[in-house]
Design a protein around this ligand. Structure first.
Ligand SMILES: Nc1ncnc2c1ncn2[C@@H]1O[C@H](COP(=O)(O)OP(=O)(O)OP(=O)(O)O)[C@@H](O)[C@H]1O
Ligand SMILES: [Mg+2]
Length: 277
């Protein structure tokens, strides 16, 4: 298995600054890592900094990609005879909220998926939610007044602000029922080949349950404590493009190293495992 990181745009021999610490950590943990120029990839060219043996698998760690761009990356990898760790369907499954939402509906805030130009008043008529949290299929707006609005009338201007700020809306709009999460209780967990991992301490059973339901070899689950004491899923992400959040680079690398060393066809039934610090 090789990890694949974007290179520095000005020096293809070095990892992009954003990923440099993690790159050093995975190499120190004994994993093999290659680089590629993201800028060249965007132009349709793909070359890895070191040859990857045919038949080996590649786990990408880098910028978020649209599902189409991820599928293009997979095609480049296969053209070189190597196998993507996560296939394009699995990538979309965790990257786009409407894909995973139906499986985790009991554990996450109620969501209505709409087109960007929907009539939000009409579509949400009768819901009377305590508030509306707005995302596209991937991201919320964390600038300006944020992504929470009190009434459906405020959604269209927020979508416009999102479009202006980000340049594009990915997919469509997810309107989520506002829930009250207790401050500083959100935590990120990773699921690698069916094994659940946390930055510290025990892995909650909610995470283990989600790990069972989601078809992806590597994804992140964010959970937070709601004000009524119920642990909720805030969002899922493909593990290849998830920030590490509260995870140190070293701990993240240890997880990858542990996951790869215990790689077996089906770990989905195994209990959560602590990795030593
Ligand atoms: N349904 C909701 N009701 C109230 N607050 C929410 C809701 N969903 C998410 N939030 C809050 O907004 C934050 C960002 O939400 P989310 O993680 O879904 O979006 P994001 O764009 O991926 O943000 P980030 O990049 O910070 O992870 C969450 O950490 C949580 O505190
Ligand atoms: Mg988030």
């Amino acid at each position: 298995m090789h990890l694949l990181y974007p290179s520095d745009p000005f020096d293809k021999k070095r990892p992009d600054e954003q990923y440099a610490e993690e790159y050093e950590a995975v190499v120190a943990a004994g994993l093999e890592a290659a680089l590629f120029s993201f800028e060249d990839f965007e132009m349709g060219f793909f070359k890895t900094s070191i040859p990857i043996p045919p038949g080996d698998s590649v786990l990408y760690r880098g910028w978020m990609l649209t599902p189409d761009a991820y599928a293009a990356l997979v095609t480049h990898l296969r053209d070189k005879g190597v196998i993507e760790f996560t296939n394009a369907t699995q990538y979309r499954h965790c990257h786009h909220l409407p894909e995973w939402y139906p499986l985790l509906v009991a554990y996450t805030s109620e969501t209505v998926v709409l087109a960007c130009d929907a009539n939000f008043n009409q579509a949400l008529d009768g819901l009377h939610w305590p508030g509306y949290f707005i995302k596209d299929y991937v991201k919320s707006l964390n600038t300006g007044s944020g992504s929470l609005v009190d009434t459906p009338e405020r959604i269209a201007p927020l979508v416009e602000a999102m479009r202006q700020y980000r340049g594009q809306i990915e997919g469509g709009i997810c309107v989520r029922r506002r829930e009250e999460y207790l401050q500083d209780t959100e935590r990120r967990y990773f699921v690698l080949l069916g094994q659940t991992y946390g930055a510290t301490g025990e892995v909650p059973s909610l995470v283990t349950e989600c790990a069972r339901l989601i078809d992806s070899p590597f994804f992140s689950i964010d959970v937070a404590l709601r004000s009524d004491g119920v642990l909720r899923v805030v969002e899922l992400g493909d593990g290849q493009v998830s920030d590490r959040k509260e995870w140190s680079a070293e701990h993240f690398a240890r997880m990858l190293s542990h996951g790869m060393s215990t790689r077996r066809p089906n770990l989905l039934t195994e209990p959560p495992l602590a990795i030593d610090d």
